[in-house]
Design a protein around this ligand. Structure first.
Ligand code: U5P
Length: 219
């Protein structure tokens, strides 16, 4: 199988032990599958973007700074995965080329205007992935933001169309922390990629790879 894993920067955290656990999981998945990992920018990206904005940078330039942070995080994860390509691909074609030589390819962002959710969905579309796993800091897709709305219900299963509908609804509110970005949802819809939105833990990643029920499945 070809597996695309989107690992949110918050999931990677700062502890080396946590990163090592994810690295071990990725290596174990890679024994029987081709694995592509897209790493988010996390705290590093947020801090640098905030400061660049204060200093007068345009939003596009801030995106470039965010992309640089995602690539730095990708290099950190690569440090813990001996079988991964050392090079961080800058686009999907390069990622595919590298995957012919390595079982694990780790990358960050590509171009401005979206988050690594969308990068990962586009990569999944490009390489015709069998499954796209979005490992984040929420345990699935909810009817509303579960952190601010206690009546929010979690969906175990959604169609791609339902996902687009939910994401467009929540992203209309300023400051809402969306579980997956709208562009990613649209890509999932147009290419019908089997997608899992899971709380990012090594155990949950293994479950999703095995096709077990975990988080929200979009199919
Ligand atoms: N970013 C992009 N394009 C990408 C990936 C990331 O512009 O392909 C920028 C965005 O500003 C994003 C930030 O918010 O880097 C960090 O990525 P993420 O952790 O939000 O996914």
């Amino acid at each position: 199988m070809k597996v695309v894993l989107s690992l949110g920067g918050s999931v990677l955290s700062n502890e080396s032990e946590k990163i090592r656990e994810f690295a071990k999981t990725i290596e174990s998945v890679a024994q029987q599958n081709q694995v592509f990992v897209v790493v988010g920018g996390g705290k590093l990206a947020r801090e640098y973007i905030k400061r660049a904005r204060e200093l007068g940078a345009s939003e596009t330039f801030c995106d470039y700074i965010g992309i640089a942070a995602t690539r730095l995080n990708a290099m950190l994860l690569i440090s813990a995965i001996p079988s991964a390509a050392k090079k961080v691909p800058v686009d999907f074609m390069e990622a595919e080329e590298l995957s012919k030589l390595y079982r694990v390819v780790v990358m960050g962002g590509t171009f401005p205007g979206h988050t690594t959710d969308a990068t990962a969905a586009l990569l999944a579309e490009f390489i015709k992935a069998d499954v796209f796993i979005n490992a984040t800091n929420v345990d699935g897709v909810y009817s509303a933001d579960p952190k601010s709305d206690t009546s929010a219900v979690k969906y175990d299963r959604l169609s791609p169309q339902q996902l687009v509908e939910i994401v467009s609804r929540s992203s209309a509110k300023a400051g809402t922390n969306v579980v997956i970005d709208l562009l990613a949802a649209k890509i999932i819809e147009r290419s019908k990629i089997k997608t899992y939105v899971i709380l990012g833990t090594p155990e949950n990643i293994m479950k999703a790879v095995k096709g077990e029920a975990v988080g929200t499945v979009i199919a």
